[in-house]
Design a binder for this molecule. Sequence first.
Ligand SMILES: *Cc1c(COP(=O)(O)O)cnc(C)c1O
Length: 443
Amino acid sequence: MMSHCLDIQDDPQNLEQVLSDCKETLKYCVKTAHPRFFNQLSTGLDIIALAGEWLTATANTNMFTYEIAPVFTLMEDIVLTKLREHIGWPNGHGDGIFAPGGAISNLYAVAVARHTKIPDSKVKGMTGQPRLVMFTSEMSHFSIKRAGALLGIGLDNVINIKADDRGRMSVEDLESRIEQALAEGGVPFFVAATAGTTVLGAFDPINDIADVCEKYGLWFHVDGAWGGSALVSPTHKHLLSGVHRVNSMTWNPHKLLGAVLQCSAILIREPGLLEATNSLKADYLFQPDKHYDVSYDTGDKAIQCGRHNDVFKLWLMWRAKGDRGMQIHIDHLMSLSRYLQKKVRQTDGFEFVLENPEFINVCFWYVPKNIRHLPPGKERESELHKVAPRIKARMMEKGSTMVGYQPMGKLPNFFRMINSNPASTYPDIDWLISEIERIGEEI
Ligand SMILES: *Cc1c(COP(=O)(O)O)cnc(C)c1O
């Protein structure tokens, strides 16, 4: 193999070299906390969360037993209860656990729903079981499908439900696909709605979907990895109205709430199901005759063994800012996004993919002057398709900003702007618009 400056040597390096390694590492990292980094749903660097992560590393303990994480276990219970209160479950009653990201939280939801539908699958496996069928919108996050693949449901039995022109799940299509699955001898068991889709920021109609789930007796999960945090704002929580009716919810505080990576929770309305699904009672960890109440041990609910402490940083942030501070944070990001929408509406050459988006995501094209005269059609679209990647390439070469782009179905590449960095200001938005215009006219 070629020798490389990152290679690890036989001999130890001195302190000076190690410090210089740290500096060089940071130098070549992408500055995700920069006020003009708009590339991801998780951006920014909350100083309190950072301090929390430092303390977490200092304490360096494992979350699986109360025995070695007494304080953090209590904090986890308090924070999970707070999240459940925001969902609207009475007194924050229910269950949950912190998981390594939203994809894993979604996996938990499907696993618990599957166990609830056919409890003996835990022991007997899926062979000879009825053919389970689950439903999710075509706009949902890919991790829902992957959970179906991993849990033996099979991708053929993960049915894509159509979305309307605002990117929301069509309830009529959902109901007709459930009927179709039943007619074909399948056993529907699970529906995933999304609160804040990854690309368009759409909110599926939770109340209407809950009606369908109740009618057919299906587990109702809402993937609120991105949009769940709107619940902490009395101004914006209506986006998730009806959410108290779900059986489970994924919520990623490492996205909109600004906790540093990773911080994601799976919340489950009915206590006991997580444990029933996952517990194997390893006797070297979960001795029943410990000298404390062993129901404090959370480890046997998890699909992991060792578990990182993801809660302390969030607890510390919430404690420091209070409910009011968390609300101000969300409301500020929403107003930055509204401001960007206004700029897109008012600036020549900018076109929305979706007019008046209801959430943080603002998806748009920049149409350079030399193609503005082209009539709608193939030629215009194929020219437009090249614009966003070229603009992004220039931005990255200069190192000035980062914004994501992507195609969607037949739509040419567009920018997806995310304002989830509290360090961003209105002038940063003004700057971004003129930078896109400037580069867009150069290329
Ligand atoms: C980001 C996202 C996920 C995945 O979360 P990770 O923490 O990246 O695993 C799942 N669902 C939605 C809607 C998301 O936006």
